[in-house]
Design a protein around this ligand. Structure first.
Ligand SMILES: C[S@@+](CC[C@H](N)C(=O)[O-])C[C@H]1O[C@@H](n2cnc3c(N)ncnc32)[C@H](O)[C@@H]1O
Length: 204
């Protein structure tokens, strides 16, 4: 099993995106679903086929660090439960690529489940252990998956971008409009140890 070949599907994100586009009244959008690994795309294709909520979908295997798309070719770039899987030193490159392919005045939206600063690390590990428990395998293998997930998400203060200051600097250097306190950050829900975090930024 390759590193990225676990049970991620892109199904959840695609379904949400299709529903939202449909609710806000988009008529002619085409959705491009990108993942570096083949299996999530295959699962999504098997689930949805060629359309999601009536919107045509292209499934593209590719790297978010080097998107296989032209400059200024998208009206919306959205990442979902993804930035926390990208090492801190590579996040800037993801933002640069998002900025490159977006048209001017269009938005980048990122939504993550994150562990807020100050959270008890043991609760955080427990949270990932419950996720890892869904993977097939022996208890030892599940423990390894949980440890792997903790390492993936173990960034400074469990914030998806290291710090808000570094995120602002990174966004501004990649053509977005962002300033401290001006990022639209929404804590949509908070439970024992995780919250849903959303960030919107406009390309200028
Ligand atoms: C938590 S999953 C995303 C879940 C997905 N949004 C969903 O709806 O279920 C993280 C995904 O990021 C993908 N990934 C990791 N590094 C990547 C990269 N550099 N470029 C593109 N995709 C990447 C992994 O293959 C994995 O499918």
């Amino acid at each position: 099993m390759k590193k990225n070949d676990y049970k991620f599907t892109t199904i959840y994100s695609l379904e949400n995106l299709g529903a939202i586009l449909s609710l806000v009244g988009f008529k002619n959008a085409t959705i491009v679903a990108l993942d570096i690994s083949a299996s999530p795309l295959e699962k999504a294709r098997a689930h949805f086929g060629r359309t999601v909520f009536g919107f045509p979908v292209e499934y593209v295997q590719g790297d978010a660090l080097a998107l296989p798309f032209d400059n200024d070719s998208f009206d919306l770039v959205t990442t979902h439960l993804f930035m926390t899987h990208i090492a801190d030193q590579r996040k800037n490159q993801v933002l640069a690529e998002a900025g490159r392919v977006l048209r001017r005045d269009r938005e980048f939206i990122d939504e993550e489940i994150v562990v807020p600063p100050g959270t008890d690390l043991d609760k955080y590990k427990w949270f990932y252990a419950t996720l890892a428990d869904e993977f097939p395998g022996t208890p030892e293998q599940k423990a390894k998956v949980a440890q792997y997930m903790v390492e993936l998400g173990a960034y400074s203060e469990f914030y998806p971008y290291g710090s808000e200051k570094s995120l602002v600097a990174s966004m501004n250097s990649n053509g977005f409009e962002a300033h401290l306190g001006g990022l639209q950050e929404k804590r949509l829900y908070v439970n024992v140890c995780a919250s849903l975090y959303q960030i919107n930024a406009r390309k200028v």
